[in-house]
Design a protein around this ligand. Structure first.
Ligand SMILES: *Cc1c(COP(=O)(O)O)cnc(C)c1O
Length: 340
């Protein structure tokens, strides 16, 4: 195949002609004045989906997470999260840099913490310790290989948070992958989280955009922080239109990405160069190579066949399926994997 099969991330998708048409037709205004009707519609729509009061459109998931952390925490305080969490591993040390907060890292199971682990990391009221303020979950868990929390698991962690007066944030960059896989209802999330970050630019296929959700008071404060972070955009309704299109059209089809990832897992499990594969639950396939290939050589070999994938640590490789991976690309990938 001459066309590139790009499995590095679900961020690589490009707008379809229909999405571009929706962008082209958008009504826009100045969003710093809160006068962009398309952004206002997106914020209201996303908030309603998750049973939240209000939303805030931002340029990236890093920004929505960092705004939420800054509003919930501050100097002398601490965030509890899994050691694999994106907010800790992949946001440039933003928790320290933006919020001056400390982090308590939990060794969860494939990115997932138990209520007991969360409770065990809450600091006693003692001047030697930082003040625990926030618990942050990630759903799905990227470094956990796309594993996900069920509503029942989330409810149990939320109970610990409420009992200890802690806020609960969700990094929901791939929350729709979790919801489609579990068959659960987005609205129930509003019962348990104080804030939710949702990316539209991953599996949902919008070119740019994330939405932060929470109470009216939380979003009011978040809007201030967004301005300070330089995220107050003007006629960005053209981008929000793509996000609305994505919410209307691209959620259910995530099942297709999950099916493709599962087929890749099944093939990899049979290959003599694979040591192990993290159980595939959604659209992420993380596996470990044995000594037959080192990761750089493996990536190069696939690149020669026009397949692009990511290194994910020593001997570790990540594939991510998404809406620009066609059936033909899947067949090509499986064929190449079997030929190595
Ligand atoms: C991609 C991602 C984000 C946000 O990334 P941006 O590139 O800043 O939009 C946040 N959390 C997780 C788990 C992610 O995978």
């Amino acid at each position: 195949m001459t066309e590139i099969t790009d499995l590095r991330s679900d961020t690589v998708t490009k707008p379809t002609p229909d999405m571009l048409q929706a962008m082209f037709a958008a009504q826009v205004g100045d969003d710093v004045y809160e006068e962009d009707p398309t952004i206002n519609a997106l914020e209201a729509k996303a908030a309603a989906m998750f049973g939240m009061e209000a939303g805030l459109f931002c340029p990236s998931g890093t920004m929505t997470n960092q705004i939420a952390i800054k509003v919930h925490t501050g100097p002398l305080t601490e965030v509890i999260c899994d050691v694999t969490a994106h907010i800790y591993q992949y946001e440039g040390g933003g928790i320290a840099s933006n919020s001056y907060a400390s982090v308590a890292l939990v060794n969860g199971e494939r990115g997932k913490m138990t209520p007991e682990q969360v409770e065990g990391n809450i600091r006693p009221d003692n001047l030697h310790h930082p003040i625990t303020k926030l618990v942050a979950l990630e759903n799905t868990c990227n470094k956990g290989g796309g594993s996900y929390y069920t509503i029942k698991e989330i409810a149990a962690i939320s109970e610990v948070c409420k009992r200890n007066n802690l806020a609960l944030h969700l990094d929901g960059a791939r929350v729709f992958n979790a919801l489609v896989a579990s068959g659960e209802n987005a609205k129930d999330y509003g019962l348990y989280f104080d804030s939710i970050s949702v990316c539209l630019s991953k599996g949902l296929g919008a070119p740019v955009g994330s939405v932060l959700l929470g109470s009216k008071a939380f979003i009011k404060q978040s809007r201030r922080v967004r301005k300070v972070f330089g995220g107050g955009m003007r006629q960005a309704g053209y981008l929000a239109a793509a996000c609305i299109y994505a919410l209307d059209n691209n959620i259910e089809r995530l099942k297709e990405d999950h099916r493709k990832a599962k087929l890749m897992e099944e093939t990899l499990l049979q290959m003599n160069y694979v040591e192990s594969v993290l159980p595939v639950e959604t659209n992420i396939v993380i596996f470990k190579l044995n000594q037959k290939y080192n990761d750089a050589a493996f990536i190069n070999t696939l690149a020669e066949q026009n397949i692009r994938v990511s290194a994910f640590g020593p001997q570790m490789i990540r594939f991510v399926t998404h809406l620009d991976v066609t059936d033909e690309m899947l067949e090509h990938t499986l064929k190449v994997l079997k030929s190595l």
